[in-house]
Design a protein around this ligand. Structure first.
Ligand SMILES: Nc1nc2c(c(=O)[nH]1)N[C@H]1C(S)=C(S)[C@@H](COP(=O)(O)OP(=O)(O)OC[C@H]3O[C@@H](n4cnc5c(=O)[nH]c(N)nc54)[C@H](O)[C@@H]3O)O[C@H]1N2
Ligand SMILES: Nc1nc2c(c(=O)[nH]1)N[C@H]1C(S)=C(S)[C@@H](COP(=O)(O)OP(=O)(O)OC[C@H]3O[C@@H](n4cnc5c(=O)[nH]c(N)nc54)[C@H](O)[C@@H]3O)O[C@H]1N2
Ligand code: SF4
Ligand SMILES: [Mo]
Length: 770
C-alpha cells in the first residue's frame, strides 16, 4: 500500500491535566493507530506477534529485559515498543527522486519529525563537495570513496567511529575490530551521553559497570527506589515488574521533580485487572525532589541510618557484610555525619520528616533495589550521586543477594551489548590483549575520543572522517550550533542508517548515506539466513531475527557494510576473514567467544531459549576492585544552584518520541498536545517571574563562557514540577547544553541541569518550516 507523503504539521498547543496512571487500554489503542498510519495490517501483525518472543525480533526500543521463556505474554510488548518497531517497518520509502527534489540545505531546515516521516532510506547516496543535493552511488564506489579518505589520513586518530545502541553485538564487534586494526580507539557512542556516569561509579565501587539485579530480584524486593526515570514512557514493561513486586508486598519510592503518570499508577493491558480495574498504585511515596538533589537525599538517608545504628547498636547496619566485603566504611561514616541538614533540605527541597519516613521504610526492608536513569546520570555530580546510592545499599548489605542491588535502567536495546563488544574509547588492556591474541595485530593502547572530546577535536579541525553506525549524532550531542559547525569541518561524514535524520543534512565536504537493514528485516547472506544477538539491561544475551522483506533490494546489513569497508580499507593484510564474517555471523560469534569474557561456546548457548545470562561477579560475592572489596566513598556535598530569576532546566523525552526523533507533537501522559516547543514551569515560579500561561518565551542559557545559547519561541505551560526546576523536550533544546558542561569524571553532558532564564517574546512564533 502506497502512503501519501507527509506534510509538516501545523503547531497548535492544547493542554489537559497530566494523567495519573499509565499504560491501560488507551495505550494499546494508540499504538495500533500509529502502526496503521505507518505500515499495513499484515506487517504490523508479523512484527508485533514475534516481538520479544523466543526466536523472534528483539524490540528495538529500550533495553528492558524479557521474562523467562514460558513466562512471556502473547503480547510481550508495550505501546511504545509497538511504535518503535512500526516506525522502522513503515511502508514509506525515500528514493533518489526525493533527494533530487529536496536539496540538502532545504532538508536541513525541515523538522526532525518530518525527516523521520519520509520513510526508509533505500539506496546509497553521496553528496559531493560543493553540491547541494545527494545523488545515487553504487555500494562499491561509496565504500571505495570512504576507504580512500581513511587511507589518506595522516594518522588513524583523524577518524572517529560513533555507535548508537541499536547496533547488534555482531556489527558492534566488527566496527570496533575494524577501528582498532585501522589504528584508533576513537569509538565514541551514545552511552557517553547516557549511562557513562553509571559505568564509572559502579566500576570504581563494585568492580563492574553493569547492574546486578534480574527481573526476579525486582519481583522479590521489599523496597524499590525509582530515581530520575520515567518508566511509563521509557521502559513501560518495567511497570509489569513493579506491579509484580507490589503484588508480592513490596513498596516503591519514586524520586522525581515531575509526578510522572507511570510513577503513580499502572493499568496493565496484559491483565484483566488492568483493563477493567483501577490498576495498581506504583509509588507508595513520591519525593518531589529538586533537580540535582539526589546526592543530598542519599547523603541525608545514609546519615539517618548511621544515627539509627548509634541509637540501637547492632540492629541497623549489616556489620558482617561491611567487615567481610567492603572497604572505607570508617572514612565514609565520618564524612557523611559532617553534612549539614540545612544543606540537605535546601538541595532536595524536601522536609526532614519526608526523608525520615523513607528511613523508616528502609529499616522495615530486608531487600532493597535502587533503579535510576537519566535524571541522575545527566547531572554534573552524577558519579558522586551514584556512588552515594551504592554507599546506601552497602550499609545494609543490599548487594549481591536476592531482591537487592543496583539497577541502572539502560536506554537503547543493545547499548549495554555494544559496550561488552568493545565499543568504548577506553577499553581495558585485558580486552585489547585478547584482541591481539585472537587476531594477531597490535591494537592501539592510548585512549580514544568520547563523544564530547570528539566534538572538541572536530571543532579544532583534528578530525577528517566521521563514520556513524546508527544514531543521530548532531541532534543527540550537546551544544547543537557548535556541534553542527564542528561536523561541517570534516572532510567526509558517513552514516549507516535506516532512516533520514538531521545528521545526514549537516555534512562534511563529502557525505555518504549508507542505508541498512533494520531489526525487523530478514538478513540473508551467502551462507543463508542470519540472526543477530543483543544484551539487555539485565545482562541477558539473546538472538533477534527479522521477519519482514527488506525495505529495498539495495540495502546491506550493518555487518556487510562494515566487513566490505574493512576489505576496501585494509585489504587482506591483516589476515582477518572479513569475507567469512560477512557470509556467516556465526563466524563472528565464534571470535567473540574467544575475546569477550562470559561468551564461551557462544553460538551453541545463545541458540537456547532465553539465551545466555552473563555472570555478574558481584552476585558471586566477588568485587573486582583493586582491594577486592566493595568501596564506600566520601562524596563532596554538591548542589545545583540557579541565580535569582533563573531556573534549572532539564531536557527530557515526550511520550511520543524515540530519542532525537519525535513521532508526533503530543505528550499524552503529561497532557500536552500539538506542540513540542513548550517549557513546563511551576505555577508559583511563573507568578514570581511575571510570566503567564500561554506566553511565548526564549530560553536563554547562562554559562561561564560568553556564548549566547538561545532556544526561541517556547510556549509556557504551568506544570506541577518542583519549584525552581523547568522541563523541555530534547533535542530541540540541546542548543542550550554547553559542550563543556559535563559530569565530573564521566564527561557526560549535563542535559538535566542547565541554568536558564526565560525571556518573554512579544510576537507569536513564526510557523514551522515547510
Ligand atoms: N519511548 C521511549 N523510550 C525510550 C527512549 C525514548 O526516547 N522514547 N529512550 C531510551 C533511552 S536511550 C534512554 S537513555 C532511556 C531514558 O529514560 P529516562 O531516564 O526515563 O528518560 P528521560 O525522559 O530523560 O527522563 C528522565 C526522568 O528524570 C527526571 N529527572 C530530571 N532531573 C532529575 C533530577 O535531578 N533528579 C531526579 N530524581 N529526577 C530527575 C525527569 O523528570 C524524568 O522523569 O529511555 C529509553 N527508552
Ligand atoms: N539534551 C539531551 N540530549 C540527549 C539526551 C537527553 O536526555 N537530553 N539523551 C542522550 C541519550 S540517553 C542518548 S542514548 C542519545 C541518543 O543518541 P543516538 O542514539 O545517536 O540517537 P537516536 O535518536 O537513537 O538515533 C536515531 C537514528 O538511528 C538510526 N537507526 C535506527 N535504527 C537503526 C538500525 O537498526 N541500524 C542503523 N544503522 N541505524 C538505525 C535511524 O537513522 C534514526 O534516525 O541522545 C543523548 N542526548
Ligand atoms: S518496554 Fe522497552 S523493550 Fe519492552 S516492548 Fe516496551 S520499548 Fe520494547
Ligand atoms: Mo540513552
Amino acid at each position: 500500500m502506497k502512503k501519501a507523503p507527509r506534510q509538516e504539521p501545523q503547531e497548535r498547543l492544547s493542554v489537559t491535566a497530566p494523567k495519573k496512571w499509565a499504560a491501560g487500554v488507551p495505550a494499546v489503542t494508540h499504538a495500533l493507530e500509529y502502526s496503521l498510519q505507518e505500515t499495513t495490517v499484515g506487517r504490523t501483525a508479523t512484527t508485533l506477534l514475534t516481538m520479544n518472543q523466543v526466536g523472534g525480533i528483539d524490540c528495538p526500543g529500550c533495553a528492558w529485559a524479557d521474562p523467562a521463556p514460558g513466562h512471556r505474554h502473547r503480547n510481550e510488548y508495550c505501546e511504545n515498543g509497538a511504535k518503535h518497531i512500526n516506525d522502522e517497518a513503515t511502508a514509506r520509502r525515500i528514493t533518489p527522486d526525493f533527494f533530487r527534489t529536496h536539496s540538502v540545505s532545504e532538508l536541513g531546515r525541515a523538522s526532525d519529525l518530518w525527516l523521520n516521516q519520509q520513510g526508509r532510506l533505500t539506496e546509497p547516496m553521496v553528496k559531493r563537495p560543493d553540491a547541494d543535493h545527494y545523488e545515487p552511488i553504487s555500494w562499491h564506489d561509496a565504500l571505495e570513496l570512504l576507504a580512500t579518505e581513511l587511507k589518506a589520513l595522516d594518522s588513524p586518530d583523524e577518524a572517529v567511529f560513533y555507535t548508537s545502541g541499536r547496533a547488534s553485538n555482531e556489527s558492534a564487534f566488527i566496527l570496533q575490530l575494524f577501528a582498532r586494526v585501522f589504528g584508533t580507539n576513537n569509538l565514541p557512542d551514545c552511552s557517553n551521553m547516557c549511562h557513562e556516569s553509571s559505568g564509572f561509579a559502579l566500576y570504581e565501587t563494585l568492580g563492574t559497570g553493569k547492574g546486578t539485579v534480574s527481573l526476579d530480584d525486582l519481583h522479590h524486593a521489599d523496597l524499590i527506589f525509582l530515581v530520575g526515570q520515567n518508566p511509563g514512557t521509557n521502559h513501560p514493561r518495567q511497570l509489569s515488574a513493579l506491579e509484580q513486586a507490589k503484588l508480592n508486598g513490596g513498596r516503591i519510592i519514586a524520586v522525581n521533580p515531575l509526578p510522572e503518570a507511570g510513577l503513580l499508577r499502572f493499568k496493565n493491558p496484559q491483565q484483566v485487572r488492568g483493563v477493567i480495574g483501577g490498576g495498581t498504585r506504583i509509588a507508595d511515596r513520591f519525593l518531589h525532589i529538586r533537580a540535582g538533589g539526589d546526592l543530598a537525599l542519599f547523603q541525608g538517608l545514609n546519615r539517618l541510618l548511621l544515627e539509627a545504628e548509634d541509637a540501637r547498636p547492632g540492629t541497623v547496619l549489616d556489620h558482617d557484610f561491611i567487615r567481610s566485603s567492603t572497604s572505607g566504611f570508617e572514612a565514609f561514616s565520618q564524612h557523611v555525619r559532617t553534612i549539614a541538614w540545612e544543606d540537605i533540605l535546601t538541595a532536595t527541597g524536601l522536609t526532614r520528616p519526608e526523608i525520615e519516613a523513607v528511613r523508616d521504610d528502609v529499616l522495615a526492608s530486608k531487600r532493597i533495589i535502587v533503579c535510576w536513569a537519566m535524571g541522575v546520570t545527566q547531572q554534573r555530580h552524577a558519579v558522586p550521586t551514584i556512588r552515594e546510592m551504592v554507599n546506601f545499599l552497602l550499609l545494609r548489605g543490599n548487594m549481591g543477594r536476592v531482591g537487592a542491588g543496583v539497577c541502572p535502567v539502560r536506554g537503547h536495546s543493545n547499548v549495554q551489548g555494544d559496550r561488552t563488544m568493545g565499543v568504548w574509547e577506553q577499553m581495558p588492556d585485558s580486552f585489547l590483549d585478547a584482541l591481539q591474541q585472537v587476531f594477531g595485530f597490535d591494537p592501539p593502547r592510548a585512549h580514544g575520543l568520547d563523544s564530547v572530546n570528539a566534538i572538541r577535536a572536530m571543532r579544532e579541525g583534528r578530525i577528517k572522517v566521521f563514520l556513524s553506525l546508527a544514531g543521530n549524532f548532531v541532534r543527540a550531542a550537546p551544544d547543537s550550533a557548535l556541534t553542527e559547525e564542528a561536523m561541517r569541518r570534516c572532510r567526509l561524514t558517513a552514516h549507516i542508517s535506516t532512516k533520514l535524520n538531521r545528521s545526514h543534512t549537516v555534512c562534511g565536504q563529502t557525505a555518504l548515506i549508507l542505508p541498512t537493514l533494520g531489526r525487523t528485516e530478514r538478513d540473508i547472506q551467502s551462507s543463508g539466513e542470519q540472526f543477530v544477538t543483543v544484551e539487555n539491561s539485565m545482562s541477558q544475551v539473546h538472538t533477534s531475527s527479522g521477519r519482514l522483506e527488506p525495505a529495498s533490494r539495495l540495502l546491506l546489513s550493518e555487518v556487510a557494510i562494515l566487513c566490505r569497508l574493512a576489505r576496501h580499507t585494509l585489504g587482506d593484510t591483516a589476515g582477518i576473514p572479513w569475507n567469512r564474517f560477512e557470509a556467516d555471523y556465526g563466524a563472528i560469534r565464534h571470535r567473540i567467544a574467544q575475546v569477550v569474557p562470559g561468551f564461551h561456546d557462544f553460538n551453541r548457548r545463545v541458540a537456547r531459549p532465553g539465551g545466555i545470562q552473563l555472570p555478574n561477579p558481584v552476585n558471586e560475592g566477588v568485587f573486582a576492585t583493586p582491594v577486592g572489596k566493595a568501596l564506600f566513598t566520601c562524596n563532596a556535598w554538591d548542589m545545583l544552584r540557579a541565580p535569582q530569576g533563573h531556573l534549572v532546566l532539564q531536557t527530557l523525552r515526550s511520550h511520543d518520541q524515540w530519542n532525537t526523533i519525535p513521532y508526533t507533537d503530543n505528550d499524552r501522559y503529561r497532557g500536552i498536545h500539538g506542540r513540542r516547543k513548550v517549557v513546563l514551569v511551576n505555577p508559583t515560579d511563573l507568578t514570581e517571574l511575571g510570566l503567564e500561561k500561554g506566553q511565548f518565551v526564549d530560553l536563554v542559557g547562562v554559562w561561564t563562557d560568553d556564548v549566547e545559547r538561545r532556544a526561541e519561541d517556547f510556549e509556557v505551560v504551568p506544570y506541577p514540577t518542583t519549584r525552581g526546576c523547568a522541563a523541555t523536550y530534547y533535542p530541540e533544546t540541546n542548543v542550550l547544553v554547553p559542550l563543556d558542561s559535563v559530569a565530573e569524571i564521566s564527561n557526560q553532558p549535563t542535559s538535566k541541569g542547565i541554568v536558564v532564564r526565560l525571556e518573554p517574546t512579544h510576537s507569536r512564533p513564526s510557523p514551522s518550516p515547510p
